[in-house]
Design a protein around this ligand. Structure first.
Ligand SMILES: Cc1ncc(COP(=O)(O)O)c(C=O)c1O
Length: 450
């Protein structure tokens, strides 16, 4: 059979509430045209994030029921620990309440002011946690990655030559670790090849610099390697993931993505002295080392999810479903970041709405219109989020795992193509409240007429 189906059936459903365009305009006005301020039950299809929004399986819910809430030594922790160790091969596993807690602990131990931490592209929280320690978070994506239209496999790779030049120029002692984010979320959800990871490994090893994975979407990355990297078709996603982890000295992980959990994360390393320092910090802010800010039932959900996500049927469907959305809108004239990534489709709103200048926020304008037209929530990744540092004016459609079906995706295609037909009529917006920090969460806007 050629049709790729959702490899699950649905036992428990959540109602979606339909609203009219007039109701949605009123909700938008009340929210100051900031979609973060909408009430989630006023949304039909919510593509704000793929983080913490997965549907859990019957096995995960069953495992949660046996969650053991002992303060110390819970069997739920040991099941979690052995699932993580079996997958990653790392010696030390520290649970945290989510990915950014792992980042904060790692960087506050390793980073000093004037240090530099390179990455293919830092996610906002890794950047913020590095900068909070006075160090510099440096992105080293491939030069071709800045062209949203360039179609190449493994566009998320780290620029290894740029890394070598950096080490030569600044000295290895200023670089406490190198990170690689798989898949590259801020770079369009693009994957990283095994060859690239090996090349980064060779450079870091030569200079004695630890290599860490930001591994939130390790399984999706493994599937791209299996599908597109010569020589890997014969391996299972688990074997590929294990090879990726084996190249690193440690990882940070948000279990809200590729572990299908609604909360959770972990920090791993092979360095016993470092793990001891990390554990001390963990106790200060997260909790005792056998729960690290999580309930026993959360640890159980993660342990099961880490196994389920590597099912080839699931990964084939997941990546095909994202690509289906991307291809069906791009092939009808909507410019997206090419090629489609793993967890999200990014519309290049700057390119789609060239008559709306950056100062009038084309990405946010498009997000507002998509909600007004069809009840779909997405998120601007452009000048609202990054101010003058924005490289592109993008609209991200992040796809929650195992939540929406093919007909939801077809509805999205229809909605986006209808908005695209009227693109020349759209007018920009202006900011009316300008909070000093994290303005994408709290700023309010006003539509411009004319
Ligand atoms: C690549 C990447 N790293 C780190 C994080 C942070 O994880 P968390 O939201 O669990 O703190 C995210 C979350 O979206 C992410 O996408």
């Amino acid at each position: 059979m050629r049709t790729i189906i959702e490899p699950f059936r649905i036992k428990s459903v959540e109602r979606l509430r339909k609203t009219t365009p007039e109701q949605r305009e009123a909700f938008l006005q009340a929210a100051g045209y900031n979609l973060f301020k909408l009430h989630a039950d006023d949304i039909l299809i919510d593509l704000l994030t793929d983080s913490g929004t997965s549907a859990m399986s019957t096995d995960q819910w069953a495992a949660m029921m046996r969650g053991d809430e002992s303060y110390a030594g819970s069997p739920s922790f040991y099941r979690f620990e052995s699932a993580v160790k079996e997958l990653t091969g790392f010696k030390h596993v520290i649970p945290t309440h989510q990915g950014r807690a792992a980042e904060r602990i790692l960087f506050s131990i390793l980073c000093r002011p004037s240090d530099i931490v390179p990455n293919n592209t830092h996610f906002d929280t890794t950047r913020a946690n590095i900068e909070a320690n006075g160090a510099t978070a440096l992105d080293l994506p491939l030069p071709a990655a800045s062209d949203t239209q360039a179609r190449m496999p493994f566009k998320g790779n780290l620029d290894v030559e740029a890394l070598e030049r950096l080490i030569e120029r600044e000295g290895a002692e200023r670089i406490p670790l190198v990170m690689v984010t798989v898949t590259n979320n801020s770079g369009g959800g693009q994957p990283v090849s095994m060859a690239n990871l090996k090349a980064v490994r060779a450079v870091t090893q030569k200079h004695g610099i630890p290599l860490y994975l930001d591994a939130c979407r390790f399984a999706e990355n493994s599937w791209f390697i299996k599908r597109d990297e010569p020589g890997f078709e014969k391996y299972t996603p688990r074997q590929i993931a294990q090879q990726m982890f084996a190249l690193a000295d440690g990882c940070t992980f948000s279990a809200k993505k590729d572990a299908f959990a609604n909360i959770g994360g972990f920090l791993c390393s092979n360095n016993s002295r470092l793990a001891e320092l990390e554990t001390r910090l963990l106790i200060l802010t997260e909790g005792y080392p056998t729960y690290g800010g999580l309930a026993g039932r959360d640890l159980e959900a993660i342990a099961v999810g880490l196994g389920e996500v590597l099912d080839p049927d699931y990964l084939e469907y997941r990546i095909a479903s994202t690509a289906y959305l991307g291809r069906h809108i791009a092939d009808h004239g909507v410019p997206i970041v090419e090629p489609p990534g793993g967890h999200a489709i990014y519309i290049d709103a700057g390119r789609m709405l060239p008559h709306i200048p950056r100062s009038q926020f084309p990405g946010q304008t498009l997000a507002i219109e998509l909600y007004r037209h069809a009840g779909v929530r997405s998120v601007e990744i452009g000048s609202v989020m990054f101010g003058n540092h924005a490289q592109h004016e993008l609209l991200r459609l992040a796809i929650p795992r195992r939540v929406y079906t093919q007909s939801h995706i077809d509805y999205l295609v229809e909605a986006i193509l209808e908005v695209n037909e009227r693109r020349n009529e759209l007018r920009g917006i202006e900011i009316v409240t300008e909070p000093p920090m994290l303005r994408h969460f709290t700023a309010e806007f006003r539509p411009l007429s004319g």
